[in-house]
Write a protein that binds this ligand. Structure first.
Ligand SMILES: *[C@@H]1O[C@H](CO)[C@@H](O)[C@H](O)[C@H]1NC(C)=O
Ligand SMILES: *[C@@H]1O[C@H](CO)[C@@H](O)[C@H](O)[C@H]1NC(C)=O
Ligand SMILES: *[C@@H]1O[C@H](CO)[C@@H](O)[C@H](O)[C@H]1NC(C)=O
Length: 247
């Protein structure tokens, strides 16, 4: 993966399924929506400077990954509210044993789901997950490893509410090598899914292959309130003639 997104994600956790006794901070101040102030400090309840959170997805067809009727998860990336972003902030938390951590936390259902829907194009899921964690989520504000499970669960929960395949299909936009689509039709279908906010639509050689759903969040990234916001990044797709290749 070549994407580097950063890190000041506030990840204070309120609940773990492990029964672990770590003293996790509970966010008690959900009042300020991220990206709404230029002079904030990061706290466990306020994501700064990475206040825009992007739930990013892939449609991979060469080679194909994941179910034929679903997009797959890329990650959850903080953006500095303006299209720029930071890189990895905490190398001490760049764990490479994500599966082991999730298993140790008893999150077997989450891991099984990730093995189906959060897959690496080269088949190296473990490295992909470690990359997504280390670059985009590891933060100094929470106890080592405990927050790993909460992060992956949150990304999966967001993804489950953003069924790109279904939203496009409902608008008659289906993978078909003999059809092409317009950017405005794809945007309309996906904005509809995203509370009316515009969505980043990415193409590779004129073929649809990524979408990013932007949010601001009041509270922390795990249990704060997510609010859909417009994309900060302009589409690189052509206006018309966009392909949507079958897997
Ligand atoms: C913050 O938001 C979370 C998620 O909606 C909620 O569970 C929690 O009670 C809220 N805390 C406060 C202090 O409002
Ligand atoms: C809540 O958090 C915001 C942003 O960090 C801060 O400006 C505000 O003073 C906080 N309010 C309380 C009651 O702590
Ligand atoms: C994961 O790796 C870290 C070192 O990066 C190690 O301290 C920890 O024990 C490992 N966790 C599990 C559950 O294997």
């Amino acid at each position: 993966m070549t994407f580097s997104r950063s890190s000041m994600l506030a990840l204070a956790a309120t609940a773990l399924v492990t029964g672990a006794s770590a003293q996790l901070k509970v966010c008690t101040n959900n009042s300020t929506l991220s990206c709404q102030s230029s002079s904030q400090a990061p706290t466990c309840c306020y994501n700064y400077p990475g206040g825009a959170l992007l739930q990013t997805q892939f449609w991979d067809t060469n080679p194909s990954t994941g179910p034929t009727d679903s997009w797959t998860i890329h990650g959850l990336w903080p953006d500095n509210c303006d299209g720029t972003y930071q890189s990895s902030c905490d190398s001490t938390r760049a764990y490479t044993n994500i599966s082991d951590i999730l298993t140790a936390q008893g999150r077997n259902d989450l891991l099984t789901y990730m093995q189906q829907y959060w897959v690496d194009i080269n088949g190296d899921d473990e490295t992909f997950w470690a990359h997504e964690w280390g670059k985009h989520a590891a933060t100094p504000t929470t106890p080592p490893q405990e927050e790993v499970g909460d992060f992956f669960q949150k990304v999966v929960d967001l993804f489950k509410g953003l069924d790109t395949y279904k939203a496009l299909a409902a608008a008659g936009i289906t993978p078909d090598s003999s059809k092409t689509y317009s950017l405005s039709d794809i945007q309309a279908a996906l904005s509809n899914l995203h509370g009316g906010a515009s969505v980043y639509i990415g193409c590779s050689s004129g073929s649809l292959n990524q979408v990013w759903y932007f949010y601001n969040v009041a509270g922390n990234a795990i249990d704060g309130q997510y609010q859909a916001v417009d994309t900060l990044t302009k589409s690189n797709c052509p206006n018309t003639g966009i392909q949507y290749a079958p897997k």
